[in-house]
Design a protein around this ligand. Structure first.
Ligand code: C5P
Length: 219
């Protein structure tokens, strides 16, 4: 089974307060995108495409292995993934990963790949929700709570049958922005399976996340 990984790395990093694209922000001295790509390679996914901000392509090329292909991303994550999908070639399955999850253990990648190999058309790594989770109105007043036992937090990499993912993106109306790729295939009626995620695959969004990741690397 030929797997290609697309790493979305074209975000700005504004919520991190960074002076460069988030994927180039250093974690223990190495850019987030380098960690994320290494995790995929360590799991045996050798075909990796990274979508980058067009203006920073040279900076990404300087920190990534030469066999990694670079493509210009878009103005949204959805647009960046669409750009990456054009380079999926004849792969059987596609993994979509966020550079913002640099310390994703190779075991998470392996679980996603194994579920695809077993025939799942779409797979996401998930974790339980430990906090009570509520719905609020525009004024911040709680209007309801969700049954926690049925909720999951969704991580990446998310894995897909290539043909199913390409068809789902083609069917997504232009301008529709979804926060992950499983939502795109679900909108097309594809069943999305789950495998266990890992707390170490946490997403780097705000400065505190980087502090936690630094501590994780030092352990
Ligand atoms: O903004 P957020 O952290 O949710 O972004 C998730 C991932 O999507 C990041 O790795 C980011 O680099 C990527 N992204 C992208 N193109 C954009 C916006 C975000 O590839 N235009």
């Amino acid at each position: 089974m030929h797997a290609v990984a697309i790493v979305a790395a074209a975000g700005s990093g504004s919520r991190l307060g960074a002076d460069r694209p988030k994927a180039l922000v250093p974690l223990a001295g190495r850019p987030l995108v380098s960690w994320a790509v290494e995790g995929l390679l360590a799991a045996g996914v050798a075909d990796v495409v990274v979508t980058v901000p067009a203006a920073d392509r040279a900076a990404f090329a300087a920190v990534l292995p030469t066999e990694v292909r670079l493509l210009d991303g878009g103005a949204s994550r959805t647009a960046s993934v669409r750009a990456g999908l054009a380079a999926a070639g004849d792969a059987d399955v596609v993994l979509i990963h966020d550079a913002a999850r640099p310390l994703t253990p190779p075991g998470v990648v392996a679980r996603v790949v194994a579920a695809l190999a077993a025939g799942a058309p779409a797979v996401v790594p998930v974790l339980p929700v430990v906090d009570t989770t509520v719905v609020v109105d525009d004024g911040g007043v709680v209007t309801g709570s969700l049954p926690r036992a049925t909720l999951r937090r969704v991580q990446t990499p998310q894995g897909f049958d290539r043909a199913a993912l390409i068809a789902a993106y083609a069917a997504l109306p232009d301008g529709t922005e979804l926060t992950d790729d499983a939502a795109v295939v679900r909108a097309a009626g594809v069943r999305v399976h789950t495998v266990p995620g890992d707390e170490r695959a946490a997403k780097i969004t705000v400065p505190h996340d980087l502090v936690l990741a630094e501590a994780q690397v030092r352990r």
